[in-house]
Design a binder for this molecule. Structure first.
Ligand SMILES: Nc1ncnc2c1ncn2[C@@H]1O[C@H](COP(=O)(O)OP(=O)(O)O)[C@@H](O)[C@H]1O
Ligand SMILES: [Mg+2]
Length: 317
């Protein structure tokens, strides 16, 4: 079912998919969201910013045979126009990566404004896309910082387990610092519950706590644990193309539609929010990356469970 949404106004929405933990579903989200947005009629560029090159392989492009990759782009040896490739299976463009990228951290040390390399490199092609998605490595490294500096928003995929919450507060603190020091446009677009297993009580408790504390920063879509999503990369296909009828595929297609809907009413954090967008107690321009901050104490909040939310008393919404 193709839907046509009217978010063709430029510049494109640039979202980074981040979580400093590995194996939480970043790449699966990046690849399937790219393919879902494409199915919804959007023009998408997916940037693989992880030396593991999993998003590249999952898009059907062999990381071992790349002539040019995001690595050459970051260090100024290639343009995005020459390095990008078409993912025929996903119907989006890909700026691919392979293990060369592992050397970028060191190579970038010699550059001025090294955290802005990706942002600068993407500029010439931004007019060609409705969405740019950036798949990050599992670290808060210079590569991830380049992703944060190039983006308007962060999408955080997370599993609903206790330690995921602990990691979330570290990530949100990092995003706060980037917002304050490097990129005032950056905001958390939302938390995406992935690999969700409804039979696990803890998952339901953590999910309920996320909704309570982060409100509409939690995406409505929940991506279930679904083996078809895990099988798809070995076929060089996004899961939504590998088995379109699977529960995982349908969830990511729905997530694409939800993101398009949100993006249509979204405004960068550094600009004033539209009237009535939030019950702000201070100007939107001073709001943090989570948007308007609620000063609610978490103590005693939420259902009684072992999964107490481990952030500071300042709960963000
Ligand atoms: N919803 C899901 N259901 C089942 N397996 C999943 C799901 N999402 C991701 N996986 C699998 O979990 C593993 C880690 O996912 P991945 O997207 O590579 O995480 P990350 O990029 O954060 O390291 C992969 O083997 C992937 O196929
Ligand atoms: Mg990954």
């Amino acid at each position: 079912m193709k839907q046509n949404y009217s978010v063709r106004s430029h510049p494109p929405k640039i979202f980074v998919i981040a979580n400093q933990k590995g194996g939480v579903g970043k790449t699966t989200t990046a690849v399937n969201l790219a393919a879902a947005l494409a199915q919804h009629g959007q023009r998408v560029l997916l940037v693989d910013l992880d030396p593991q090159g999993n998003a590249t392989m999952g898009s059907g492009i062999d990381k071992r045979t790349l002539m040019r990759s995001v690595y050459q782009v970051l260090i100024g040896l290639a343009d995005v126009v020459d390095a990008r490739q078409r993912s025929e299976s996903g119907a989006y463009d890909l700026l691919p990566a392979n293990r060369d990228l592992a050397g970028a951290e060191l190579d970038l040390v010699d550059f001025d404004e090294r955290e802005l390399r990706l942002k600068a490199a993407l500029q010439p092609v931004l007019g060609e896309y409705d969405f740019v998605l950036i798949d990050c490595p599992p670290s808060l490294s210079l590569l991830t910082l380049n992703g944060f500096c190039a983006a308007h928003g962060v999408i955080i995929p997370m599993q609903c387990e206790y330690f995921a919450l602990e990691g979330l507060s570290d990530l949100v603190n990092t995003i706060r610092k980037v917002h304050a020091n490097f990129n005032a446009d950056l905001q958390v677009i939302g938390l995406l519950r992935v690999m969700f297993d409804t039979r696990v009580t803890l998952a339901q408790q953590v999910s309920a706590q996320l909704e309570e504390h982060f409100g509409d920063k939690v995406f409505r879509t929940i991506v279930p644990r679904n083996v078809r999503l895990a099988e798809a990369p070995s076929h060089g296909l996004p899961g939504i193309n590998y088995d379109p009828q699977s529960r995982g595929a349908r969830a990511y297609l729905q997530f694409g539609a939800e993101l398009i809907e949100r993006a249509a009413s979204w405004s960068p954090a550094s600009r004033p929010a539209p009237a009535g967008a939030a019950v702000a107690t201070r100007p939107a321009s001073a709001a943090g990356p989570m948007g308007t901050v609620r000063s609610t104490n978490t103590a005693g909040a939420g259902p009684e469970s072992s999964a107490r939310f481990p952030t500071s008393p300042e709960v963000s919404r």
